[in-house]
Design a protein around this ligand. Structure first.
Ligand code: ADP
Length: 288
């Protein structure tokens, strides 16, 4: 069935629906992990996402040619919440000439010999570009806190340092969007099972994922502090219900599209004499 105009442009503000409220303490337990928003099921969500992605591609092209603004997209989530799927199906559809994904793993010894933002800063987007962070500087107040990797006196100071760092990026003309993919522990276990059953996914398995499940509550608490301390209208966190993969994809596509629309990138002004170029073209054509 052909999607209608309403199907592709439902009157629904995804940013407002999922954005953390400034100064309000988030309780993740109270936010549903399953949600369908304005959609009439999976087919509708997928058609909407495809439409939104096409517009993202158009706007990214403009931003690339404009070469002034840039966009940083931060992805954080529990294991198997779908960061990779979201990159593959939505964010990775941007033109790779102007977009790059950076996965942040356990820091190397060189990275550890520097401040925690050293490796991050190098990956921030240049003018006209998009950077996608698959994990990020927030690991330094999440896993580092929960696993006790540095003393509390150290990680506690990092919220303010992160806010100042993000202000620096904003000051330079970089828009920041931060997404937390919110899944239930039951859905996570279901996805672990699928990985066990599927040999091509075995490489994703590790014991650490199960150890992290035992600390689900600690991670939630650490995330809730991040949402309270490191959210602002300029560098907002969005909590995306991610048990349904298609809703995750559609809602993030909508939020990225709406942000690009706000940025309103413009093709650069003409820097050549069009009449002269037409004349040169005609001359070459006549020679053929
Ligand atoms: P992913 O789960 O993102 O697909 P991996 O399975 O390789 O990728 O996991 C990356 C690991 O690196 C995660 O366990 C994450 O917590 C860890 N990590 C990322 N950044 C840091 C950091 N700054 N300090 C310690 N561990 C980190």
């Amino acid at each position: 069935m052909q999607p209608t105009e309403w199907d592709l442009n439902p009157k629904f503000d995804f940013r407002d629906e999922h954005m953390v409220r400034e100064g309000e303490k988030v309780s993740l337990a109270k936010i549903p992990t399953e949600f369908e928003g304005p959609f009439r099921g999976k087919e509708h969500g997928r058609a909407f996402a495809a439409h939104a992605i096409a517009e993202i591609q158009e706007l990214q092209y403009r931003m690339y040619t404009e070469a002034k603004q840039s966009l940083l997209i931060v992805l954080q989530a529990p294991d198997a919440a779908g960061k990779d799927g979201l990159i593959r199906k939505v964010l990775g559809r941007m033109n790779p000439q102007g977009c790059r994904t950076y996965p942040f793993k356990v820091p190397s010894s060189l990275e550890r010999a520097h401040d925690f933002l050293w490796r991050i800063h190098q990956a921030t987007p240049a003018a006209g570009k998009v950077s996608i962070f698959n994990r990020s500087h927030y690991e330094d107040v999440l896993v580092v806190r929960v696993e006790d990797l540095v003393p509390k006196s150290v990680w506690k100071q990092r919220y303010e340092i992160i806010n100042d760092f993000e202000k620096l990026l904003l000051h330079r003309g970089t828009r920041i969007l931060k997404f937390y993919l919110h899944i239930s522990p039951e859905e996570q276990l279901e996805r672990f099972k699928k990985r066990l059953d599927e040999p091509t996914k075995h490489w994703k398995l590790n014991e650490g994922d199960y150890e992290a499940r035992a600390k689900w509550g600690d991670y939630r608490e650490a995330y809730e502090d991040v949402f309270e301390k490191c959210h602002s209208e300029d560098a907002p966190w969005h909590i995306i219900p991610a048990d349904k993969k298609w809703y995750r994809d559609a809602s993030v596509a909508a939020i990225v599209r709406d942000t690009f629309r706000d940025m309103d990138p413009q093709l650069p002004p003409l820097d050549a004499d069009l009449d002269e170029i037409r004349r040169l073209y005609e001359r070459e054509l006549a020679k053929q």
